[in-house]
Write a protein that binds this ligand. Structure first.
Ligand code: TYD
Length: 193
């Protein structure tokens, strides 16, 4: 059950000086930081991190955007030029790649029991407007798909966290070499394991 997961503090988190506030939440829950670095990602790394070939991922972004438009009573074609989830996902993904290659990102590998699920819970809903108070996105951002899309930019939701253990393994290998990932004990391991 001990898992590793990738977290990226995106440029909006870094530029707003929220690194300490966010990392504190992972440390206090008992997750172990086993790798950490500030990187300005290359276009190649960003393209691999948000893979265009993973249809369900690109379409998933488009579907969430469409749901949001529906809730707001906005016509997707007049707003973003399409009503096709894959086409919309591609546009939003392009904005994401541009954003994460424009400024530094703090990349972190966290380790612990059920780390993937615990991190997603602390991070909260993709859309900060819907994220519960107490979650990172709920506490530090008010952004919404409607607001972001109207400005032709990605949602400023501060953080990326791997969605499942397979994604975590792939993403960790993209961002870190094996010797950048450390092995040590945290004091909780004596009490909690
Ligand atoms: P997704 O994988 O659906 O969410 P999560 O980050 O919670 O796993 O989407 C990836 C990123 O795409 C998300 O963090 C922010 C961005 N995004 C937008 O910029 N606009 C949008 O309308 C949506 C749905 C996502």
């Amino acid at each position: 059950m001990i898992q590793q997961t990738l977290v990226l503090l995106k440029p909006d988190a870094v530029k707003r000086g929220l690194i300490g506030e966010i990392i504190k939440r992972f440390e206090r829950v008992g997750l172990k930081i086993v790798a950490c670095k500030l990187v300005k990602p290359s276009k190649d790394l960003a393209d691999k991190h948000y893979p265009l070939e993973r249809q369900e991922f690109v379409e998933g972004i488009g579907k969430k955007t469409l749901e949001n438009y529906k809730e707001m009573g906005v016509d997707p074609v007049s707003e973003i030029g399409s009503s096709d989830p894959y086409e919309i996902g591609k546009i939003v993904r392009g904005w994401l790649v541009e954003m994460i290659t424009s400024d530094p990102v703090l990349a972190i590998v966290l380790e612990g029991p059920n780390a993937v699920e615990i991190v997603r819970k602390l991070v909260g809903h993709t859309l900060p407007v819907k994220a519960d108070p107490g979650t990172i996105r709920g506490d530090f951002s008010f952004d919404s798909a409607f607001f972001a899309n109207a400005k032709k930019r990605p949602i400023k939701n501060l953080i990326h966290a791997s969605g499942n253990p397979e994604e975590a393994e792939y993403e960790i290998s993209l961002w870190f070499t094996k010797d950048e990932i450390h092995n040590y004990k945290r004091s909780e391991e004596e009490v909690m394991y």
